[in-house]
Design a protein around this ligand. Sequence first.
Ligand SMILES: [Zn+2]
Ligand SMILES: [Zn+2]
Length: 806
Amino acid sequence: MKVNEPKIKEKRWNISMEQEAARRWAEENLYRFRLGTKKKIFSIDTPPPYPSGRPWSVGAAAHYSQIDMIARTARMKGYETFFPIGIDRNGLPVELYTERTYNVDIHETPRDQFIELCKHALDDLEAEMIGTMKRMGLSGNFDSYYRTDSEEYRRLTQATFISLWKKGLIYEDTRPNNYCTDCGTTIADADITYAELPTTLVYVRFRLKETDGTAVIATTRPEFLCSCQAVLVHPDDARYQKLHGLHCLVPIYDREVPIIANSAAKMEFGTGVVMICSYGDTSDVRLFRELKLQEVVAIDAKGRLTSAAGEYSGLSIQEARRRITEDLENKGFIEKKENILHRTPICDRSRTPVEIVPMKEFYLRQLDFIPSVRKIAQRMKFHPEAHRQILYNWIDSVAIDWPISRRRVYGTEIPIWYCNACGKPNIPEPGPYYRPWKDEPPLSICQHCHVNGGFSGEERTFDTWFDSSISPLFVSGYMRSERLYRRTFPVSIRPQAKDIVRTWLYYTILRCYQLTKKQAFRHAWIMGYGVDEVGKRMSKSKGNVVDPIPLLEKYGADTFRFWNAAEASIGSDFRCSEDRIAGTAKFLTKLWNLSRFISTFPQPARARLTFTDRWILSELDGLRQRCLEGYDEFNFFIPASELREFVWNLFASHYVEMVKARAYNSDHTFLKADQQAAWFTLHECLRSILVLLAPICPHITDYLWTGIYSARSIHRETFPVPSRRRTDTLREITSALEEFNSAIWSFKKERGISLNQPLLRVYATRKLKRMANDLRTMHRIGDLRFGAPKYATKELVAKGETYFAP
Ligand SMILES: [Zn+2]
Ligand SMILES: [Zn+2]
């Protein structure tokens, strides 16, 4: 019989075909979101990536390719899918990038000009990012992509502030808080990470006032001596019982401070005697409050010592520390010095140590909302479930309200004008975008004293998380499009990275609840980190970031996508290495060759199946079930590894090899009906494989699908429903079959016989009896018998007979 030409002409999958597929999708506007649809809507709060510099890491690209798999999964489950794309362009990294790019200093550039530069600085990076997303095959709604620094976004941020202000949830207070002298702004606890930094622990002698003795205090911050207001010892510390109630003199400054017995003193740290200064750390803040000590401001907003430091006033912290240590040493106050590693809070943005400086800032009440946020965290579905704990841990550690004002330039302005007559804040109506530092006030009389004495605009901006935390409200049209909002909020899923659970996820739940009383999302999907070949997290500072663009150019989007789906289970960190990506390419080649082979056969509408066909279809059913379970969890590792295993190790190695002869039926050994059954089954398997793989590898599956099966894109299909037939018993013979085939293959291999060489007589297990015809032709067995033979194994082989099955 003449073999048909394959419907897939090209001998191999070429990545230029990916662009061809993408072009077709764009022409068809395949991923358009239809708000008017009757279908259920699935909405995604896509993380707007931050273009803070090149390259975008391979880990981030993997993250976005999996978010696209979420969108495609939803579509194939029959949802109308809303997949907005945004770019986050607010805040400090933008300012730093602008300073670097244009070689300007933010403090020496007029605010207006600097903001213009910021707007342009990111355009190239942003264009590259959007290009990469498209190249990866993201099925997002690109035609309406948003920027968090747009007027539209910022006026929503401001409107939500005004609304929270009116609800009484915002207040201003001067209190010591985390302050980054490098960024020049107050920051929230969530913006802090910790690092073990080398420092010197100096043991300083304090003279006692009442006796001739001294108390030795170990400190890493001698520059804080000027703000020392008390010395503590633990009440149970036997060494220092006699010090209780005495006073000591602060070296250099000669000020008298009380020695207080307090359990906050750690007996095991240094000498067990500690000095309390404003403010070495957060426990100092608490002790100043509890012991009613008088605050001395030692450090100013620029990170220099204040006049309280006397002769050290005006010095930087580092310089003051060096000089004061020297002076203490010269005056004989130092007992010894130790070099240690000290756990130091550092600013997550500038990676420099954080100080505690009293500043007047706006705070958003969050402590009152902790119980509600915890309840929402309990109700949400987490993928993976284990990552729910990250959020719980953070919720449990929140100790103060959220400082939301920042002394920065490139961010959303706080919309307040202060009355020049009474000084009180005037809040405008929500709606427009306000820039109080330059705009005319939108009111003429003060809301409080009703005097027209002129106004001064607020100059601070919001913490950028104050913007980012309303992303699900922004994308769903909150306060802008009632119709969109009604249909897309609460948002179905929040996909995001692990390290911003305590910021982006937490703040979003909080803010959406405060504004709408609703739970922002049903699902939270938390991906692990991309790590390098030795398991280290990629970061620009470590210099181990791998650029995804050359990899995409070399291997194509589908290989890249399949690699990251198959690399690790949802939530786990995944290794990024070119070798592993290259290894994945082989699977797509296998799929291509297999599809091309199957495409040579006609597709009967129905067939009378043989036992072998029913067996593989029962395995296919199991595959569908397992893949769909993985897709339900948005855990793409499951369908990716299941499909690879099925295609490679079961379908291609066993079934296709078994039915090849039947499908060709060149010498008419098989019934016509049996030949048709093979054709039918081959296509049935391939169709399912392609559909199940489509969310992970959208290009190659669509190319093959439209080449073999339909003019309509595979991305308009829905997932196959696993059949209700009970087929488990058929699946039970799989291992017997695998064992039998492998035994024959290795039998021939061990003896250097080619696979085509006939075997005289073979005994197989009875379980395989109903596959006899296929097995006989597959292995070219003259006489295939089932059950155990009469002789022992060795003698069988000697007689030209082979026995495998138990
Ligand atoms: Zn900083
Ligand atoms: Zn007034």
